[in-house]
Design a protein around this ligand. Structure first.
Ligand code: ADP
Length: 200
């Protein structure tokens, strides 16, 4: 059984992921995969450097993600080009990692689970939800970013009610980390049961 975990920036996905990992559950993280597929020497990085020029690389030859982000932010056709290149490659790598998982069920954590075809890979959708003010405050603190940048990112993401409408399960992350832990443990017990049923 594969559970897709998603939520807006600062909602608490990483906190939730690490708690499931501590319970022995394999978490495939789409953000990590997205970084892996553009490692130096990869086909994707070569294609990106050909498209945007060598300036898109940092001195050590790795992708300057910040520069790329700012290049595509206000350029929809370049953004589409990049997504057409990377999404199928990321999807393929996610499938490979999911296939290799050996835990009783597996989590696919992805901020873009519902915006891409990644949701087709999961049996259930788990949404981590927090009010926008909390998302903003927590993400700002974590990234040492300014509020405006975080607000911009939130503006490009699916809104809370649309995301929640697509959820099978919801973690309400409005309290402290103790409350978060309790919700994860309850879900873990439920998922173990569901996974067992799916096997039979
Ligand atoms: P996401 O991965 O969804 O962007 P994170 O899990 O990184 O969000 O959470 C954003 C920040 O808020 C992190 O620094 C995290 O430790 C903190 N955080 C998340 N949930 C809580 C909570 N319930 N109480 C206090 N801090 C939290």
């Amino acid at each position: 059984m594969i559970v897709g975990l998603t939520g807006g920036i600062g909602s608490g996905k990483s906190e939730v992921s690490s708690r499931f990992e501590r319970l022995g559950i394999r978490v495939v993280d789409a953000d990590i995969v997205a970084r892996e597929v553009v490692m130096p020497g990869s086909f994707s990085l070569q294609a990106i450097a050909e498209r945007f020029g060598l300036d898109i690389l940092s001195q050590d030859g790795s992708l300057d993600r910040k520069k790329l982000r700012s290049l595509i932010f206000e350029n929809p056709s370049e953004k589409a080009w990049l997504e057409n290149l990377l999404h199928p490659i990321i999807r393929k790598e996610i499938i490979a990692q999911l296939t290799h998982s050996e835990s009783p069920y597996t989590i696919l954590s992805s901020p873009l689970l519902l915006e891409t075809t990644q949701h087709e890979l999961v049996d259930r959708v788990l949404v981590v939800d927090a009010e926008e003010n909390l998302q903003l405050a927590r993400a700002t603190l974590r990234d040492e970013s300014n509020t405006e940048q975080i607000k911009k990112i939130m503006g490009t993401q699916m809104n809370r009610s649309t995301r929640i409408a697509k959820a099978d399960d919801i973690i309400h992350n409005h309290g402290d980390l103790e409350e978060l832990e309790q919700q994860v443990q309850l879900l873990h017990a439920r998922y173990l049961e569901l996974a067992q049923h799916m096997k039979n």
